[in-house]
Design a protein around this ligand. Structure first.
Ligand SMILES: Nc1nc2c([nH]c(=O)n2[C@H]2C[C@H](O)[C@@H](COP(=O)(O)OP(=O)(O)OP(=O)(O)O)O2)c(=O)[nH]1
Length: 141
């Protein structure tokens, strides 16, 4: 059986908008947009890992709400799983402290305005379905 390491991504929602984060490293991912998050450490619950990563990367206090159905393979042995999350009352505003250089709150109509990592597109589609009516993602040229 091959080893799988879970990467958790947050669909951080606020007022019907989704937070997207632009990666600043490594070079092959820099400039592309993703859901903030990171690798689950050995023995750590994915929900705990996600709240930890949101604090480390964005400086926020957030809570996980629910799992978005699906699992998306990344470079082996990593697998992306996604949870919706919300900021807790009193949380700081998100800032790109680590791994990212720009953050954007996207309305449903803006969801496909950023250049998501290819492997995040199916996950973002699944999140989009929860945000209500959104424009269809344009077909790749
Ligand atoms: N956080 C996150 N990582 C993603 C997404 N999509 C995607 O391919 N990845 C990749 C990028 C990285 O190779 C890996 C997660 O790495 P990371 O750098 O965010 O994790 P981490 O904070 O735990 O990093 P580190 O301790 O190893 O520095 O998964 C995504 O939506 N969110």
């Amino acid at each position: 059986m091959s080893e799988r390491i879970m990467v958790v991504g947050a669909a951080l929602l606020d007022g019907g908008r989704l937070l997207a984060a632009r990666r600043s490293a490594p070079e092959d991912l820099a400039g592309r947009w993703e859901l903030p998050g990171g690798k689950v450490e050995p023995g750590e619950l994915p929900e705990v890992a996600l709240e930890r990563e949101l604090h480390e990367e964005l400086g926020v206090t957030a809570e996980v709400v629910e799992r978005v159905p699906g699992e998306w393979p990344l470079r082996a042995p990593y697998v992306l799983t996604v949870w919706t999350a919300r900021l807790l009352p009193g949380s700081a505003t998100p800032h790109p402290l680590q791994d990212h250089d720009v953050l954007r709150w996207l309305t449903p109509g803006e969801l496909w305005d950023v250049d998501w990592l290819d492997q995040d597109v199916p996950a973002v589609r699944e999140v989009a379905a929860r945000l209500g009516p959104t424009p269809r993602r344009p077909d790749p040229r």
